[in-house]
Design a protein around this ligand. Sequence first.
Ligand code: NAD
Length: 418
Amino acid sequence: MTGDTNPFESLQSQIDDAAGYLDVGEGVIERLKHPERVLETTLTVELDDGSLAQFTAFRSQFNGDRGPYKGGIRYHPNVSRDEVKALSGWMVYKCAVVGIPYGGGKGGIVIDPDEYSAGELERLTRTFATELRPMIGVDKDIPAPDVNTGQREMNWIKDSYETLENTTEPGVITGKNIASGGSEGRVEATGRSTAIAAREAFSYLDMDLEGATVAVQGYGNAGWNAAKLIAEMGATVVAASDSSGAIYDPDGFDPVAAKDHKNETGELVGFAGATAELTNDELLTLDVDLLIPAALENAIDGELAEDVEATVISEAANGPLTPDADAVLEERDVFVVPDILANAGGVTVSYFEWVQNRQRFYWTEQKVNEELEAIIVDAFDALVETMDEHDLNSARTAAYVVAVQRVADAYEEAGSFP
Ligand code: NAD
């Protein structure tokens, strides 16, 4: 993984790439390249041994022209101000490209959660919720899970908010468990849209998904669900990785059994159903039909991109390709379904969760999946139409053309205040 590309600069260059195809003033484009506000705070938490520890935390509210800010909260040692700003911007354009009525936000705490007990993480999460309380709200800013956070953390944030506000408002946060007002289908949603987007790309390129080979980098919520669902669609998962390393079998393996092994042992490596182990770079450059990066940003840089053998990439992670990698892959005709569309299932089902919370009326899993399918297929169709209209070879640039225009239209129609 390359660490030297600043993700915020990547976001800005993606917007610049789209700007030339847009009917939007320069000042408006510049506005859409910067967050509206960023909270930086130091959280003090009592550890189990009675000592106090400090953690740096952020929340970036990038743009609210199309609706309340929306985006996840990440717990990771590499969280930084610029990473959070980039992730919040990607949320803006993700919501716009799939046409759901949200702006974009993102938050994070600089921490390796593996080093802390559940009690310490609960106190930390509730302290962060207390800091966030004035800026979040069902019509203001709605957080969600991201790397190393899940239903447990979302439930704590909801409970802290409701306690402090003396109200019942489950829609203040999404990604909750069902008992706390979560939605059916939310846990699988990011992997599901990644798989649907890949299936649409295969169909667009006249490629057969049945028997197609797939490598998945990152086997957490997004990656493992994408692996399971793409296998259900007929493809063969031949490689997968997590932070312990990569497993490989040219004849394919059962992604569910690999996940069971990871649940039991804490890592993928050692899974008896695969024949070989690979390095992370070897996985990314395998000769496969489909590559799904589902770990973190900057997984593939320009140099590594020269060796990528996949025909299609469906980005479950946010920002897994650097702009240099994008340029190389575009030149080499690798079809990249961009993160803002491929992984938009997560925020789309978060939107369904919010709608259900506000109506106090809950949908079946079948309805959730059908509505998600329709949104991702429509967004993919709009993307390829835009590629054809502007004779673009980059699906990412096409996605930004659609998305930035929608945000700019909302801004320009509203006018500015004061
Ligand atoms: P997660 O914490 O559940 O999983 C992350 C996985 O990546 C883990 O298996 C970890 O071992 C692996 N990993 C970390 N570094 C690695 C490396 N160098 N090589 C290989 N594997 C590595 O997180 P997640 O929620 O699945 O998020 C993964 C990506 O998907 C992130 O970019 C996130 O922003 C994006 N995403 C997630 C959601 C969601 O709903 N969870 C929605 C949209 C986008």
